[in-house]
Design a protein around this ligand. Structure first.
Ligand code: FES
Length: 121
């Protein structure tokens, strides 16, 4: 029996209704027959997706907690060593991987759900 608390996550899509401003969702989604850990967030109405792998040690950003947004909501933060990433392009602007980037993933909307386009490393 499906849980009434968990969002309706399917292997290849995520419900747009559960992507609200100021909340980062950590999940796994499938594209091209492969499953990827991803971070999803909505900012100024636009949904963005990043591979959930910090370029410092390739741990998930939520490895040690799920507080992944800076206080002003403008940066993603790695819970392990505190690296800070711009939401605009995933660039690390402070921390042990400064200058490196989170891998951004293009997305599209389909029938009220979010789907990933190809993941390009
Ligand atoms: S693993 Fe993210 S800052 Fe070290």
């Amino acid at each position: 029996m499906p849980s009434t608390l968990a969002p309706d996550v399917r292997a290849d899509s995520y419900p747009l209704v559960d992507l609200v401003e100021g909340v980062v969702r950590s999940t796994e989604l499938e594209v091209g027959g492969k499953r990827y850990p991803v971070l999803l967030l909505r900012r100024s109405g636009k949904v963005q997706a990043f591979l959930n792998a910090c370029p410092h040690q390739y741990l998930p950003l939520d490895f040690q907690g799920n507080n992944l947004l800076s206080a002003d909501g403008s940066m993603l933060m790695c819970s392990m060593h505190g690296a800070m990433f711009t939401i605009d392009n995933g660039e690390c602007v402070n921390g042990p991987c400064a200058g490196a980037n989170l891998t951004a993933i293009a997305v599209h909307e389909e029938n009220d759900r979010l789907k990933l386009d190809a993941v390009l490393w």
